[in-house]
Design a protein around this ligand. Sequence first.
Ligand code: NAP
Ligand code: GCO
Length: 266
Amino acid sequence: MKMSDFRLDGKVALVTGASYGIGFNIALGLHEAGATICFNDIKQELVDQGLKSYKEHGIDAHGYVCDVTNEDQVNELVAKIEAEVGVIDILVNNAGIIKRIPMIEMTAAQFRQVIDVDLNAPFIVAKAVIPSMIKKGHGKIINICSMMSELGRETVSAYAAAKGGLKMLTRNICSEYGEYNIQCNGIGPGYIATPQTAPLRERQADGSRHPFDSFIVAKTPAGRWLEPEELAAPAVFLASDASNAVNGHILYVDGGILAYIGKQPK
Ligand code: NAP
Ligand code: GCO
């Protein structure tokens, strides 16, 4: 083993939905390891905000507006990156949404929207990058999965269905394109302190913790929410030659949630 196997020098990475949050922090890690960073987001304001944040970290990132659910926009994005930056060596399918609505109150349109962003889009973006990866002789695809790739809970039926599906899409890309030296793995973050989970951590009117916040702390052997930067090193590993023999795997970065039955209430 060589430590240089973990380096990403000369590699081009596309991280979707990476203006802030988990995607942004993963991109910082990939950059630290040597990769050139491309990212997209759905709105110009978000891309501008992202470009500013990358600049503050000394990174000249390439930012693009693109809705990952729109196949034409995604094909245009990939062609643009290939022309302006180079062939994408590393794709991180990070863009995602959640709707917390009890299933019997959720409309079919709301369910479809979550499936569209969290499952159909990773298919669309992976499909767009794989042909050039095959030509180049290698590629790394990392799908951002979830605890909900394994577990259910009230109000997240669409999200759990999408993230469970994304786990299987990951295994299928591995099965179908492993022979072309393409590794497709997932990262399953636990509960991470980002804007997406902010409503679950809001203080109560009396200043006490949100019951879900206390529940997660009790359910996590680490005894805390995780920070988005803690996903960077696992992503670097899965993006690098150090993981060339790892394929179709979901790396859960969850502070131990999936291993634990949870703390007994006092
Ligand atoms: P986030 O804060 O909501 O960031 C997701 C980004 O994706 C946002 O910039 C969002 O834009 C963008 N996006 C949404 N729809 C898009 C579309 N159609 N096209 C392009 N970009 C789009 O989420 P996060 O917490 O960092 O999560 C990132 C990923 O990790 C998601 O896939 C999420 O499901 C997953 N995850 C999160 C946690 C957690 O605890 N936070 C745990 C496990 C997995 P807007 O701001 O406009 O929505
Ligand atoms: C929820 C949360 C989760 C997390 C994450 C867990 O409402 O339960 O939002 O779904 O975001 O994906 O890994």
